[in-house]
Write a protein that binds this ligand. Structure first.
Ligand SMILES: O=c1ccn([C@@H]2O[C@H](COP(=O)(O)OP(=O)(O)O[C@H]3O[C@H](CO)[C@@H](O)[C@H](O)[C@H]3O)[C@@H](O)[C@H]2O)c(=O)[nH]1
Ligand SMILES: [Mn+2]
Length: 754
């Protein structure tokens, strides 16, 4: 294993920064840059819940195991349904156990940016923005992200913004030149008046509210009108060039690297530098999606600015509040943390969330519960965007690892001497020569026979490069920090339709399951390298999509059993009935409490429950199948960027909280079929009980389960039967579903008879 002892071997950039660090060390005892608070009350509640729930789960498993053993002996009832239900219960219990690791030690953090050293002592930052497809990711949005990053509240000379254009589209470069021109107006305006919303689109869309600005005067009002005009003409130009024929992705081109700025500013650095990078792409060459593009940026930037810290952003994730860089530095420059801190993760938040967040586009659970939980045990997982990462951590180095020689360096990092030199911070002064070298560094053959993507840079192994890279970084003993400020630092555009959500979910699942089933599976690979709790967290993220298995079983087997007169749950009189009741009710209450404590409304509970079921039945299954087929060599990895084009009809439904069922058959049919089956079961259950009262004892749980599915799936029923609008479930879909549910009923009934 190759690693560098970087504290002696790599000295990052300016002496200023070094001095800054020293200064910090001196006054660190009196004035910490940040504080970490344990969420004591939450911890007590979580652990008590975990204790009682685990007892109940143990009893439940005992009940199931013993009743199956009895069945084998007596053969009074078919065996298969009990076995399947047992498998479902074991899987759910397994996932539940993993999840408790997040609840073990949640923390929150505060920072004191006013205690940071003077501006000239702050370390430089590179911003990496990725875009991949001008049709799905409109250039105007991308440029807003670029401009907002340039406007961060940080010394301009210490910021360099890189845009990776994986679409290889000349229009993006042209739009970037426009962005540069506009930023020369926008940045001084923000600075002069202390504008708080630094993304122009967001600022003007919100009417540029006065209290968002520190200095309000007539002069300001006049200038605002003028800047608004300039912004509008910028928008106009960008839209015009995006409508041209040339606005297409190109996957066969050589690399283009261009520093987009004019000579005059280049030396003074009153403005951040902006650099356009479009790595070489050839159809015959795997390009490894986003991770590949980020690695090209890592290399190119290393010989241009080589800042020790990198802000990673997706193209639709603009900087909303300019203070994030300084906030992040409160951790990176903290003498206690600094030597082992890999990254500071900020939450992903979205500007277009509806108050009815039907599809959980907000990712509430991830950013309000899970990441806080991981923060208490060595740090959150990288989330792909909104993070400030230390360059060294991405180079595959281990904290405090051994020295390595030049030959080994080249084996790891490739043949570029300039790149190797950049590791020691000796940058070539000749800019033209450097630009020539960037061509080599962003060519598609550069990584051949190197460790890029394997042990160096963002890892290629899985399409969820953020998760897998993060896991590797933590395994090298780095830690991370989660910081959630009151005002969102970054805002992105979330998925607003079921179709986008499910496609995205399928991709995530495929990437995660791929890791779960590999030799890097956190359960095996983790414990020898990181703590058990941290391994469990990573394991949960990798394994949770497996809920598709219990979800399918519980949506079919209890129902078919009831239809065939088979009882698979304890009778109401049995003490075990209360165990089942306890597990069900408590897990729902825990979820409600979690939602309540993150400040969400109770209806979020309903949305999340439903969402969990919808995804469990569809994208978690398909993603898992994709991953397994990839393992068998029957399928290739793919990364279709999420659609970021705004569709007005779609947004309207989203805002009103109405499901948009316009999605493929593959997603809709299983969901509708399950609902039909539960409807039938519920009706039959009620009829049976009406005929014979006592029967309720035996089939209570099965009937109730169907009712629960029906209640949660009500919007689907409504979509099939009552709605007439475009987002409804079409009659043909309903017919397919009916056929599918009949097939399940016959095949399934054969199965449950044994
Ligand atoms: O070949 C590719 C594909 C995508 N991207 C970029 O990757 C980013 C994320 O893509 P998006 O389609 O928005 O994916 P999401 O599912 O919304 O992204 C989440 O999940 C990804 C992993 O699947 C992470 O990389 C992201 O940071 C995280 O926000 C975008 O800026 C894309 O332009 C590339 O640069 N090259
Ligand atoms: Mn995205």
């Amino acid at each position: 294993m190759i690693s560098l002892r970087f504290h002696r071997n790599i000295e990052f950039k300016s002496n200023h920064y070094q001095r800054g660090n020293m200064a910090l060390q001196m006054n660190s005892t009196s004035q910490p840059l940040n504080l970490c608070h344990l969420k004591t009350r939450t911890i007590v509640i979580n652990r008590l819940y975990a204790l009682f729930h685990s007892i109940a789960i143990t009893l439940l498993i005992y009940y199931r195991a013993s009743s199956i053993l009895t069945l084998i002996r007596t053969t009074t009832q078919p065996f298969i349904p009990h076995l399947l239900i047992f498998i479902a219960e074991l899987t759910l219990s397994f996932i539940w156990v993993l999840r408790q690791s997040f609840l073990w030690r949640p923390v929150t953090r505060t920072v004191f940016p006013e205690r940071l050293p003077e501006d000239d002592q702050l370390p430089p930052i590179d911003v990496f923005i990725c875009t991949a497809d001008p049709e799905r990711e409109p250039p105007l949005g991308v440029m807003n992200t670029v401009v907002s990053a340039m406007a961060l509240n940080y010394p301009a000379g210490k910021l360099t913004v890189y845009l990776s254009d994986d679409g290889g589209c000349p229009v993006t470069l042209e739009a970037m030149r426009e962005a540069w021109r506009f930023s020369k107006i926008w940045l001084p305006f923000c600075k002069k008046y202390g504008v708080k919303i630094i993304c122009p689109e967001a600022y003007f869309a919100g009417g540029g509210v006065d209290d968002e600005c520190m200095v309000y005067s007539d002069e300001f009002a006049a200038e605002k009108v003028k800047v608004k005009g300039d912004y509008e003409s910028f928008v106009h130009k960008v839209i015009k060039i995006s409508q041209s024929e040339r606005c297409r992705s190109n996957n066969d081109h050589s690399s283009v690297v261009e520093v987009v700025s004019d000579e005059s500013t280049h030396n003074q650095r009153e403005m951040p530098l902006i650099v356009y990078v479009s790595r070489e792409k050839r159809p015959s060459h795997p390009h490894n999606f986003k991770a590949g593009s980020l690695n090209a940026l890592l290399r190119v930037s290393s010989i241009i600015s080589n800042s020790p810290y990198i802000l990673g952003l997706d193209c639709d994730m603009y900087c909303n509040d300019g203070n994030s860089a300084r906030q992040a530095m409160c951790f990176h420059l903290d003498p206690q943390l600094s030597s082992s801190l890999a990254f500071v993760q900020f939450p992903q938040m979205f500007h277009n969330i509806s108050k009815h967040d039907l599809y959980d586009s907000e990712l509430r659970c991830t950013f309000k519960t899970l990441w806080q939980g991981m923060d208490g045990i060595k740090g959150p997982c990288l989330a792909g965007t909104c993070y400030y990462i230390r360059r060294e951590a991405l180079y595959g180095l281990e904290v405090g690892g051994p020295y390595i020689n030049l030959k080994e360096l080249k084996e790891s990092f490739g043949s570029s001497n300039e790149f190797i030199k950049s590791l020691h911070q000796k940058n070539n002064e000749n800019f033209d020569e450097l630009l020539q070298e960037t061509k080599l560094l962003s060519s598609c053959g550069y990584e051949n026979d190197t460790k890029w993507g394997k042990e160096v840079g963002f890892r290629y192994f899985s399409v969820v490069e953020d998760y897998f890279t993060s896991f590797n970084i933590h395994c090298k003993k780095w830690v991370s920090v989660y910081y959630m400020p009151k005002k969102p630092s970054f805002l992105g555009s979330c998925t607003t339709s079921l179709n986008d959500v499910l496609i995205q979910g399928t991709r995530w699942t495929a990437g995660l399951i791929e890791v779960a089933l590999s030799r890097f599976s956190p359960i095996i690979y983790g414990p020898s390298r990181i703590s058990v709790l941290q391994s469990l967290c990573y394991a949960w993220v990798a394994f949770f999509p497996f809920v598709f298995l219990p979800m399918w079983i519980l949506a079919i087997i209890p129902q078919l059993s009831l239809l065939n007169g088979i009882t698979i749950y304890p009778e109401v009189k049995s003490p075990f009935f209360f165990v089942f009741l306890y597990v069900f009710v408590l897990s729902k209450l825990q979820h409600m409490w979690e939602i309540h404590s993150t400040g969400a409304l109770l209806r979020t509970w309903r949305y999340e429950q439903r969402d969990w079921m919808l995804k469990g039945i569809t994208c978690y299954l398909y993603g898992s199948i994709h991953a397994i087929m990839e393992k068998l060599g029957a399928k290739e990895a793919s990364f279709l960027p999420t659609n970021k084009v705004v569709d007005d009809d779609q947004v309207k439904l989203f805002e009103m909280g109405i499901y948009n069922f316009q999605t493929s058959r593959m997603f809709i049919v299983p969901v509708c079929s399950m609902i039909m089956l539960s409807l039938l079961t519920f009706v039959v259950g009620i009829v049976k009980i009406a005929i014979q009262r006592d029967y309720i004892d035996e089939i209570f749980i099965q009937t109730f389960l169907s009712l629960y599915i029906l209640l949660m799936g009500y919007p689907v029923l409504e979509g099939m039967v009552m709605r007439k609008d475009k987002g409804r479930i079409t009659t043909s879909m309903s017919c397919y579903s009916l056929v599918f549910s009949i097939v399940i009923m016959f095949l399934g009934s054969l199965l449950v008879m044994y």
